[in-house]
Design a protein around this ligand. Sequence first.
Ligand code: NAD
Length: 352
Amino acid sequence: MNMAFENFREPEQFEIIFDKESGLEAVIAIHSTSLGPAAGGCRFWTYDDIEAAKIDAFRLAEGMSFKNALAGLPLGGGKAVIRKPARDFHRDTLFRAFGRAVARLEGRYVTAEDVGTSVADMLVVSQETKNVAGLPTQDLKPGGDPSPWTARGVFLSIESSVRRRLGRELRDCVVGIQGLGHVGFSLAKMLHDAGARLVVADISAERADRAAVELGATVSSADEILSAEIDVFAPCALGAVLSDKTIGTIRAKVICGAANNQLATDEDGLRLANRDILYAPDYVVNAGGIINVAAEYLGWTSEQAKALVEATALRLNQIYDLAEASGAATHEAANRAAKAIITSRRETSMVA
Ligand code: NAD
């Protein structure tokens, strides 16, 4: 292994925050600032202990470095995770305390929404720090909920992957979506408008039923959707759904969705390649949200952000081409390309 890539997952810096008064228990992981301030959302989720939260934060932060590098953003990668308190808590007090923790990092980390957090939470965070994006937008400027932008990038990626792997258009395909939250439901609407038939699953029966009523989707169970008779599987819930236990049962020929860290391990990417399933690396296709966040933070126009999101399928096809040319699995090709961008910048700044 190239020495520069060893221990790549280890972050440059991490902070563990305990704030007794608010009940905040959080981890902020700054994976890399080689390309700019470490940017990545804040997850609010149930973790068994702070160690589990730390492992998740490290993995997600590395993914953000790769995502931002391949999207061509002048940003490094970071992530925050907050443990959902087991006891009663005051949400605004908790997010104010989190905002103070972000402020103490003096711009090395920029936060935004992720699973379990909302525009309202980021507004609270903004009372303590300016290093936050995903705030309400005005005058058509980038900002607000990043998920429709994420959904758009995933939609374009599915459309392109289906053409590449199956030689078909979306109107001739069945797409299975696991998770109908902010991104998943938006994506379902786009696919429906393009004529695709949908099979959906969500642990919330209400969300699945809404897709059935509004989009004519067939409802499956959260587990069975993996082995359903579908052409494309779009994971849009949580990570690690592609594992040694699930991959053998998958019938879809394309996997392309929004969820972060879909592969339980790197070996699972090889398992998919060996089964001739085209896997669209998650952080390549789900960059639309962070592009919108970056545009807001860096003061870009909506047109600049839109152009980068619309180019998502182009970037994905470059990764597919690299994988084909080198005989690597698609996730390996993406990892290599991202690491090369980050490492070359790191080496350039060391020389300078
Ligand atoms: P969300 O919390 O709004 O939605 C997640 C949905 O998944 C919920 O409806 C939930 O009920 C459902 N769900 C949870 N476990 C499930 C299971 N086992 N089976 C089926 N459904 C299940 O989150 P979101 O913002 O839509 O994000 C979805 C995924 O995409 C996450 O992995 C997130 O990290 C990733 N992502 C989101 C964005 C964004 O812009 N929001 C950007 C990049 C990546």
